[in-house]
Write a protein that binds this ligand. Structure first.
Ligand SMILES: Nc1ncnc2c1ncn2[C@@H]1O[C@H](COP(=O)(O)OP(=O)(O)OP(=O)(O)O)[C@@H](O)[C@H]1O
Length: 268
């Protein structure tokens, strides 16, 4: 289904390059600096996790990467070009799954929406079925969003993003609404898909374990305005396992460093 692109082991070409970027947003006529002095890069095929306390600007950073908000100063480049509008091959999965789906369309018709009329009906049917299977919703194709749990609705949104075969997938707390079991299996499904397709993923999570488990690199955003306080390279074997990976001494060490940067040590 998804076109093979880059493999992180063999390709370290820079996809995103962000240098000293500042993002300002205005509300009620007052402009405020939300992010300051952001410098980061994302390689093609990398999985990058962003963690940080509430209100530090994680969603704003993701929106900037998706071309949905501009940088006020500094640079934000995708493949060497400044981002001025949402790039065609970048797909964002929003936190607000309730409003992300069209209530009058069934699961399969929601998933099919972005590609309708753009590819043959046969290919569309196949891609939709693949994506629905990938998020574990086979059998629910004809259901309407309102008859699904919040977690299932979020999975439909993820399936819709997958059918688009994006080169870059930006996800804002994609698994936040899911129960622990579903969350673990969807994490593994995303890892499998990612290693098969080389899709670059940048995602936000409040869960340090999820950040380490899925990522090659984790960034901590802290402060107001938010800035990148720490970058952690997750130098664990890329083959992750829900039990073994989390028991590795290195995993525990990385978790501790992140918790310290988030000021969680001693309180959790
Ligand atoms: N459109 C907007 N206009 C003005 N300020 C905004 C806008 N959107 C967000 N903000 C402010 O920017 C700051 C960062 O918000 P953002 O949603 O990026 O943080 P976050 O780290 O994703 O938070 P959370 O973890 O709670 O989702 C907050 O203080 C928020 O009030």
């Amino acid at each position: 289904m998804l076109s093979p692109t880059h493999n992180p082991q063999h390709d370290d070409s820079t996809l995103y390059k962000v240098s000293n970027a500042t993002v300002r947003l205005s509300a009620h006529g007052v402009s405020r600096e939300i992010l300051t002095d952001i410098t980061m890069s994302v390689r093609a095929g990398e999985v990058v996790g962003i963690v940080g306390r509430s209100g530090t600007g994680k969603t704003t950073l993701l929106r900037a990467l998706g071309g949905l908000v501009p940088v006020a100063s500094g640079e934000l480049n995708l493949r060497g070009k400044a981002i001025t509008s949402p790039p065609a091959d970048v797909v964002t999965v929003f936190q607000d799954y309730v409003n992300a789906l069209l209530p009058w369309r069934t699961v399969e018709r929601n998933v099919a929406l972005p590609l309708q009329g753009k590819i043959s009906r046969r290919e569309l049917r196949e891609r939709v079925a693949d994506a629905i299977a990938a998020v574990g919703l086979t059998g629910r194709e004809k259901d309407y969003p309102k008859s699904l749990s919040g977690g299932m609705q979020q999975r439909v949104q993820i399936a819709r993003a997958l059918t688009m075969s994006p080169n870059v997938l930006l996800m804002d707390e994609p698994f936040g609404a899911l129960d622990a079991m579903t969350r673990a299996s969807l994490q593994d499904e995303v890892l499998r898909l990612q290693s098969r397709t080389g899709t670059t993923i940048v995602f936000i999570t409040h869960d340090l374990d999820e950040a380490i488990y899925l990522s090659n690199t984790v960034y901590v955003i802290a402060g107001k305005p938010g800035t990148l306080a720490l970058r952690v390279d997750v130098d664990l074997p890329r083959e992750r396992d829900q039990v073994q990976t989390r028991e590795m001494p290195r995993y525990v060490e990385l978790r501790h460093r992140l918790a310290e940067a988030l000021d969680m040590v001693g309180t959790h």
